[in-house]
Design a protein around this ligand. Structure first.
Ligand code: PRP
Ligand code: HPA
Length: 173
């Protein structure tokens, strides 16, 4: 039997800290059939919908989002960590386990009324994706959905995003 997306994700114990089991998608990305399958599954619910831009979240969301955008024939827009984008940006802070982080988007990356799809590798607390949703909405784009390869349900991200009125699509837990 051929491998599933989940079979191709590797777990690394004690990364980046002791006690954390890190879900590593580089093994999925390196497998030609697995990568194609993951991209096909990520975009399946949005086929036939009008999507104007795919938004990828730094860093692994760039790889997935770029491929999804190519398949859907849309543009691609990156949301990056603070200080990485060269042009004028808008910023949104979000909570980490310890402290705070900031995500940014170019302030002219989206036009009002554009319909966007947010893509990332993993949904944990939902803080990163919630900040991304807010950034898109501040530019008056319409967020049509959020798609992730992995959901870590015990961290509650799906409930956070659904509480914001979002459609959440994930491939495995
Ligand atoms: C990971 C992951 C998501 C985010 C999910 O990225 O790729 O972007 O965390 O966590 P959350 O749902 O609790 O916000 P990370 O912050 O490790 O950044 P990186 O991709 O730049 O390594
Ligand atoms: N993998 C990638 N990103 C993450 C993880 C993980 O296991 N947990 C929180 N963010």
């Amino acid at each position: 039997m051929s491998k599933t997306v989940k079979d191709l994700i590797r777990s690394i114990v004690d990364f980046p800290h002791e006690g954390i089991v890190f879900r590593d998608v580089t093994t999925l990305f390196a497998d030609a059939e697995g990568f194609r399958m993951a991209i096909g599954q990520l975009l399946a619910p949005y086929k036939g919908e009008r999507i104007d831009k795919v938004i990828g979240l730094e860093a692994r969301g760039f790889i997935l989002g770029g491929a999804v955008a190519h398949q859907l024939s849309t543009g691609f827009v990156p949301i990056r960590k603070k200080g990485k984008l060269p042009g004028a940006v808008i910023s949104e802070a979000y909570q980490l386990e310890y402290g705070e982080a900031v995500m940014e988007i170019h302030d002219d990356a989206l036009t009002p009324g554009e319909r966007v799809l947010i893509v990332d590798d993993l949904l944990a607390t939902g803080g990163t994706a919630a900040a991304a949703i807010t950034l898109c909405q501040r530019l008056r784009a319409e967020v049509m959905g959020c798609a992730f390869v992995i959901d870590l349900p015990e961290l509650g991200g799906r409930k956070v995003l659904e509480g914001l009125g979002m459609e959440v699509h994930t491939l495995c837990e």
